[in-house]
Design a protein around this ligand. Sequence first.
Ligand code: AQP
Length: 346
Amino acid sequence: MTEFKPRVFSGVQPTGNLHLGNYLGAIVNFVALQKTHECVYCVVDMHAITVWQDPAELTGNIREVTAAFLAAGVDPKAHIVFNQSQVSVHAELAWVFNCVARMGWLSRMTQFKEKAGKDRENASVGLFAYPNLMAADILAYLATHVPVGDDQKQHLELARDIAIKFNNDFSESIVANGFGDAFFPVTEPLITGPATRVMSLRDGTKKMSKSDPSDYSRIALADDADGIAQKIRKAKTDPEPLPSEPGGLKGRPEADNLVGIYAALSGRPKESVLAEFGGSQFSVFKPALAELAVEKLSPIANEMRRLIADPAYIDSVLVDGADRARVIADRTMAGVKDVVGFIRRK
Ligand code: AQP
């Protein structure tokens, strides 16, 4: 069996309104994995344009996501931080994967169905082919592990299917070109950490998302202390006091979500949070949650503001990261060209 060096890859879209779900579901894990893995973290700007983005806002949002990575504790010197469009292999490899993935596979993607909605005829081709680009993002770095929130599970399964099909379709050529019995690793999703699916503050059955029209549905990473406290105060709840054990949260999605957020931010299990707050009304729990959220998130928001005020520094981090990312991705793409049978300068 071909042995692949352990490497982490993950990305976040610069589509504005970066929120607590992105932080707890993904970025917290990005930071933790730096201790044990070589990591590549990407601001996936080419994914963002699968739906319309105002150009000036997109530029600002790329810097905002980069600032969030750094403010949360990603080290751009020890690891790689860059924006996708600076490394052309992402697009090049995605084309090869457009020819490996099957229409039927992509037609089953629930995110496309949700985002295209009823007006499917008018959705961009890029929105449909999005998971192939995501597979290219990961596999350009031969990444073995991908930390993501729960909503990305289906796309990661597709990336695994693409790797397996490529390895099978080209098996003879892979061996003939000296790559052993597999060219691409079959990537493991890492859907772990304190909160793999943070829900909307307005509706506990919907995930917290950047595109929700209500600002009150999410805590933005850029929110100031007053904004955080106000959103938690206005969060939807039910009239019952909190239960003393997690079993009592069944059928109470909003209560479950707020307790989950408290647990994630405090690094404690839900059991321990409920042992403390069981029997309390939300009038007691919400201020405690607001205080904790401000304590944990305000330093990140402040550091993000400081970094965003220096765009030249952020851009230099991205250029440096892209230069280092390109070395790995170019090597992969050269191998793909040989395996597929393309002619290239050697
Ligand atoms: N609510 C969430 N809970 C936990 N994790 C989440 N993620 C997103 N929402 C939640 C994770 O954050 C990472 C970056 O997400 P993304 O920006 O690349 O894509 P997304 O899933 O489309 O993000 P949004 O915020 O939900 O945007 P819209 O509204 O455009 O759909 C991913 O690892 C994701 O799992």
